[in-house]
Design a protein around this ligand. Structure first.
Ligand SMILES: C[S@@+](CC[C@H](N)C(=O)[O-])C[C@H]1O[C@@H](n2cnc3c(N)ncnc32)[C@H](O)[C@@H]1O
Length: 205
């Protein structure tokens, strides 16, 4: 069974930012590494489910023409919306994935500290939906805390193999930090075969 929704409601009832995402150096460093690992300088349309209070959202916004950030908890959505107020290309909404999923297609999907809350079946459905809405050549990022937590079904490294075996995802980056696992994949285009690396894109290979 996935982590019950009541867990998140209880967390946000105790604090507006229960994981201190806006305050911790650990988070700032991880967010910096996450955006640094994006293979393209700029994206057309990005989706960030489980955005919480919008700290990573604000950083991703600098790299996107359009960004949709969603969370299942309304108070988190309000805090995130306040953080990105004035950034007209960013939309923040209440949504519980994968049961709810936005229409349209994206060239970037960021799954940051989210996948470990789902049981294997629900995580599989979420990844199916992500793959359906990720354009060929698009980027999927997965970054997760790599220590056991009672409310987490998997550590970051336990998620790494199932992610790497998803058909249609080609691995680009795999960072095994002491505290988190960061993987970046490119959505393969069946017609084009293996996607080019950033160096190959610029003709360095
Ligand atoms: C640990 S926080 C991570 C926040 C952010 N992604 C980051 O990396 O800083 C996890 C967030 O995911 C949200 N969440 C959990 N399950 C969700 C779901 N099924 N749909 C949308 N958001 C969800 C929680 O409400 C919480 O705000």
């Amino acid at each position: 069974m996935s982590t019950p929704p009541g867990y998140f409601d209880t967390m946000y009832a105790s604090s507006a930012d229960p994981w201190d995402l806006a305050g911790r150096w650990y988070e700032r460093r991880k967010y910096a590494l996450t955006v640094a690992a994006l293979p393209r300088p700029h994206y057309r349309s990005a989706f960030e489910p489980g955005c919480s209070v919008g700290v990573l959202t604000e950083r991703l916004a600098r790299r996107c023409d359009r960004l949709l950030a969603v969370d299942r908890v309304e108070s988190a959505v309000r805090t995130a919306a306040e953080r990105v107020r004035g950034l007209d290309h960013v939309e923040v909404a209440t949504m519980a994935v994968p049961g709810q999923w936005p229409g349209g297609s994206f060239d970037l999907i960021v799954l940051s500290e989210l996948l470990y809350y789902f049981d294997d079946d629900t995580r599989g459905r979420l990844l199916d939906r992500a793959l359906e809405s990720l354009e060929p050549g698009g980027t999927l990022v997965a970054v997760h805390w790599d220590h056991p937590v009672p409310e987490h079904h998997r550590t970051g490294s336990e998620l790494a193999a199932p992610l790497a075996s998803v058909p249609g995802l080609s691995p680009l980056t795999d960072v095994r930090d002491s505290d988190f696992r960061l993987q970046v994949f490119t959505r393969t285009d069946p017609a084009d075969g293996t996607p080019l690396s950033p160096a190959a894109e610029e003709g360095l290979l």
